[in-house]
Design a protein around this ligand. Structure first.
Ligand SMILES: Cc1ncc(COP(=O)(O)O)c(C=O)c1O
Length: 502
């Protein structure tokens, strides 16, 4: 078994200049050879003890991979060059916010006082660690305008679950449990999953022709059976719900909570405060808004901010600053929904996020302004070539469709594959579902004009190819080490483990 690498066919033009010759790279197991040594320990000078008794070891493990240090270094270096990363070029994956990870953040996260701090260390010796978590909470309180924030959730989706569990606990406490959560069809896909996981029935609400929530539809659906409306702001079309205060009023009038999926807070952070919009609970993705690495680069972190009424239900422990200025964990929270994870959260992400916030200081609104400007620059650059189903003002991302190219038999997947020949990561495709053949593009604020112009030029050139020579797009990518994979077979027939050939 090896990475399947096809010869280039010679017809690619755009990306040929950007990519070196494809190479064959065997798996590390296939490089293994008896007796090769990568690292050796000095001879044992104490009695040998078997850590795992023989009868407990598995017989079906093929043995160790024996390779030299040089082979290891070269193998992984070559693999890393076959991959695409944000450090190589624009990564316009809509709804994912693949932005540059500033190196200063990486440096501070590696400071031994943070990186080597033991999660079970007594409070007296980890005051700095607790203070940083407390300071990040204060910063997020300031930015959201809400009462308190939990940093525990390990991802946006876990933040959603935490938020909805707090809503459920608050309603249960008043003796008024409810059964339904309303979710617009423009919401992120994790929202219905989280509501369902928390034990609610989900009712979908249709968007209007502008791509926003239809207030008449909401008015009709909002009954005293509804626990919450989960609103993605801005929604997955990159459109801001400009009637959000009216929406909050309708939800509150029936005793429900307004949940905001603020994963994409990067589109209005420092410009508008959710707490002033009538939002009761909102999660944010540190790994999107505050530039912490993700998507293979690091773990997520999805803090949740809540209004005063939900504070008693926050996950425990909370980090508190005592009257004498010292920091402590508070476990004594009888109404808490409990722990979401073993320790405080993905702590390294807290350090990076606070570093990002501190670097901007009171100019943090520039994050949002930059993200919105860049998305609109791409919109202006591409709207003559690609169809835009919803024409409302764009915030941080823009959703085109393949409608025009579809007339030539070319679809979103083909355009995405062809972009790889041009040296770009493909955008998100076929999401959101309310745009057939969606091409969802999010440049983020960390992309400069040169990168944006190159991306626009590539997309326009592909649009021209769709007119003049659709075949070249239909057979793309031409320059990547692996051509089109059978995605259905890959999903249905997972092969996650290498076995030696028999
Ligand atoms: C709007 C929105 N909500 C929720 C999520 C889920 O976040 P996570 O992938 O961290 O679980 C995402 C992820 O990109 C998102 O864009």
């Amino acid at each position: 078994m090896s990475l399947e690498i096809e010869e280039r066919k010679g017809e690619a033009s755009l990306g040929d200049r950007l990519h070196p010759e494809p190479r064959h790279e065997p798996l590390i197991f296939e490089r293994s050879g008896a007796g090769k040594v990568g690292y050796s320990l000095p001879p044992l000078d104490v009695p040998e003890r078997l850590a795992i008794p023989k009868d407990r070891t598995r017989a079906d493990i093929p043995g160790e991979t024996e390779v030299t240090e040089v082979e290891v270094a070269r193998h992984f270096t070559r693999l890393s060059r076959l991959n695409f990363s944000i450090d190589q070029g624009l990564y316009p994956l809509g709804s994912c916010t693949m932005k540059h990870n500033p190196r200063t953040n990486e440096e501070v996260a590696r400071l031994p006082g943070f990186a080597a701090s033991h999660p079970l260390a007594p409070e007296e010796v980890c005051q700095g660690t607790l203070e940083l978590a407390w300071r990040l909470e204060q910063a997020l309180i300031e930015l959201t305008g809400l009462a308190r924030v939990t940093l525990q959730p390990s991802a946006g989706a876990q933040g959603e679950l935490a938020g909805i569990l707090m809503v459920r606990a608050a309603l249960a406490k008043t003796g008024n449990p409810r059964r339904t959560v309303l979710i617009p069809d423009s919401a992120h896909g994790t929202n219905p999953a989280s509501a369902h996981f928390a034990g609610y029935k989900v009712r979908e609400l249709k968007s209007n022709a502008r791509g926003t929530l239809d207030l008449d539809v909401l008015q009709q659906a909002m009954t005293e059976e509804v626990a919450a409306l989960m609103l993605t702001v801005p929604n997955t079309l990159g459109i801001f719900e400009d009637r959000i205060r009216d929406i909050a009023e309708i939800v509150h009038a029936k005793g429900g909570f307004l949940y905001c999926d603020g994963a994409n807070f990067n589109s209005f952070v420092g410009v508008a405060k959710p707490g002033l919009m009538g939002i009761d609970v909102m999660h944010m993705n540190l790994h999107k808004t505050f530039s912490t690495p993700h998507g293979g680069g690091g773990p997520g972190s999805g803090p949740v901010a809540v209004v005063e009424r939900l504070v008693p239900f926050l996950p425990r422990p909370t980090v508190e600053r005592r009257a004498d200025g010292r920091f402590a964990l508070d476990f004594d929270r009888p109404d808490s929904i409990g722990r979401l994870r073993t320790f405080l959260g993905n702590y390294g992400m807290f350090v990076r996020a606070l570093a990002y916030i501190a670097a901007y200081g009171n100019r943090i609104g520039d994050v949002a302004r930059g993200a919105v400007l860049n998305a609109n620059y791409i919109r202006a650059g591409l709207q003559r070539d690609y169809h835009l189903k919803y024409d409302a003002p764009t915030l941080h991302e823009i959703v085109f469709s393949d409608k025009r190219q579809g007339e030539r038999g070319v679809h979103a997947i083909d355009i995405a594959k062809r972009l790889m020949d041009c040296g770009f990561h493909p955008p998100t495709i076929y999401f959101p579902l309310i745009v057939p053949g969606a091409l969802m593009i999010e440049p983020t604020e960390t992309e400069g004009k040169v990168g944006l112009d190159a991306f626009i030029a590539a997309m326009r050139s592909i649009a021209r190819e769709c007119e003049d020579d659709p075949e070249i797009v239909l057979r793309a990518p031409h320059t990547t080490p692996v051509r089109r994979v059978d995605e259905v077979a890959a999903a249905r027939n997972l092969v996650l483990r290498w076995r030696p050939p028999v």
